[in-house]
Design a protein around this ligand. Structure first.
Ligand code: 6PG
Length: 487
């Protein structure tokens, strides 16, 4: 560590906010040979990082924002890794005050994309660049190679891109980092990534629940099943860690750890934001929505305390009573999981397409299928297939229409339906398995009950309807002689 005054303009990049994610990101930059400026609101965290890892690379620690900014080479590049919300705004303002035209402020947290759009507008008015960059991969990813989704101007990416690409995960020689689109595009895409993450985790949870409580398998046995599943179509980070979690034994009680963890899931907001944005865009992200609601319901602890064992279930059957073969059931659950997962990804990509159109971001879905193959939480082998699908037809109306996925789903269909029926008969909750199947059946339906809804709307509110046989809008005079008029 050198005296900071001697370090003016030396650092290639700076990190503000040195909690675990920020520290790991700084260490990642340093491990790739970059000189990294460091700043944290309280110097203690900076000191800890310097004490523990200062010798691993070139770091320039600072005690003030001004000193930190001065230590950066130009154009200055500073990544903020602080809590989303007011803390981010405070740091942005401090940085902006100390920076000069052409410098780049990067927000690497999980910011709400509308905040990013606003911040980009405010910061660019000052002649600076503002880049909202989604960073996925948790603590381990930040340290060894995350997936990075930067928004902002093309110009800022020219200066920033090579640095970010140098620390990202790499799959088949391609960095898991690319310019996503202007202003809020990067954070929007990261938000939807997290929404898909919620759905993916929930479908894995539903599969576990069925194996445990329908098939009566023990956690260690289920861990082996997930390990096996991870060698096929379901090969993914989330399936891999599921096996790890299920095989963990609690040191204190000797029980499977899963049995001593409270079944109330937390959430920081990105899943909820994904659903809110989908509602505004009119996109049916039902799998993600159900996953968010499933977390909310799990966390409604007072309500659950009052209802557990206190609500009728009707006649509930068992797997044995249904004469279901356990091996077949496990395979059915695997297929139902895969099918529901495909739906969740298809819905997520639909939302990204709609968001991109709405904000004129021109996001290329192929980029996402490429960079999500490594580093991020939803990394999965089948993202290669999604990339192929968009390579074949970038305009495909739904991923489910891609010939490969269409054929896959056809092969999964019977199992998927059997699992949904059986879980219902067994009284076991499967919100995403069931809603995904319903979504699929809605998509492919020749007629939907929406015709009746239009009739009802016209009845009580003269909202009019369209006819299948001629153009125009029509209204039936329900309270008069019920003749139809053109509206
Ligand atoms: C990632 C993760 C990460 C984090 C989310 C989800 O991509 O690395 O998505 O961003 O896990 O904040 O957290 P919640 O489950 O608490 O909403």
């Amino acid at each position: 560590m050198t005296e900071n005054t001697a370090n003016t303009g030396l650092a290639h990049i700076g990190v503000v906010g040195l909690a675990v994610m920020g520290s790991n990101l700084a260490r990642n930059f340093a491990s790739r040979g970059h000189t990294v400026a460091l700043y944290n609101r309280t110097y203690e965290k900076t000191a800890v990082l310097m004490h523990e890892h200062g010798a691993d690379g070139n770091f320039i620690p600072s005690k003030s924002i001004e000193e930190f900014v001065a230590s950066l080479e130009r154009p200055r590049r500073a990544i903020i890794m602080v809590q989303a919300g007011p803390a981010t705004d405070a740091v942005i303002n401090q940085l902006a005050a100390a920076m000069e035209e052409g410098d780049i402020i990067i927000d690497g947290g999980n910011a709400l994309y509308t905040d990013t759009v606003r911040r980009e507008r405010e910061i660019s008015a000052k002649g600076l660049h503002f880049v909202g960059a989604g960073i996925s991969g948790g603590e381990e990813g930040a340290l060894n190679g995350p997936a990075i989704m930067p928004g902002g101007t093309k110009e800022s990416y020219e200066s920033l891109g090579p640095l970010l690409e140098s620390i990202s995960a790499v799959v088949d020689g391609t960095p898991c980092c690319t310019h996503i689109g202007p202003d809020g595009a990067g954070h929007f895409v990261k938000m939807v990534h997290n929404g898909i993450e919620y759905a993916d985790m929930q479908v894995i949870g539903e599969a576990y629940h069925l194996l445990r409580y329908a098939a009566g398998m023990e956690p260690a046995e289920i861990a082996d099943v997930f390990k096996e599943w991870n060698t096929g179509d379901l090969d993914s980070y989330l399936v891999e860690i599921t096996s790890e979690v299920l095989s963990q034994v609690d040191a204190e009680t000797g029980k499977p750890l899963i049995d001593v963890i409270v079944d109330a899931a937390g959430q920081k907001g990105t899943g909820r934001w994904t659903v809110k944005a989908a509602l505004d865009l009119g996109i049916a992200t039902t799998g993600i929505g159900e996953a968010v609601f499933a977390r909310a319901l799990s966390g409604a602890r007072t309500q659950r305390a009052a209802t557990i064992g206190n609500l009728p279930s009707g006649e509930v059957t068992t797997l044995e009573a249904q004469g279901v073969d356990k091996t077949q059931f496990v395979e059915d659950v695997r297929r139902a999981l895969y099918a529901s997962k495909l739906v969740a990804y298809a819905q997520g990509f639909d939302e990204i397409k709609a968001g991109s159109e709405e904000h004129e971001w021109d996001v290329d879905p192929r980029d996402l299928a490429t960079i999500w193959r490594g580093g991020c939480i939803i990394r999965a082998k089948f993202l290669n297939r999604i990339k192929d699908a968009y390579d074949t037809n970038p305009e495909v109306e739904s991923l489910l229409l891609d010939p490969y996925f269409k054929e896959e789903i056809e092969g999964l269909m019977d199992s998927w339906r059997r699992v949904v029926v059986l879980a219902t008969q067994l009284g076991l909750p499967i919100p995403v398995f069931a809603s995904s199947l319903s979504y699929y059946d809605s998509l492919r339906a020749e007629r939907l009950p929406a015709a009746l809804i239009q009739g009802q709307r016209d009845f009580f509110g003269a909202h009019t309807y369209e006819r299948t046989d001629k153009p125009g809008k029509f209204h039936t005079q329900w309270s008069a002689d019920r003749t139809e008029i053109e509206a």
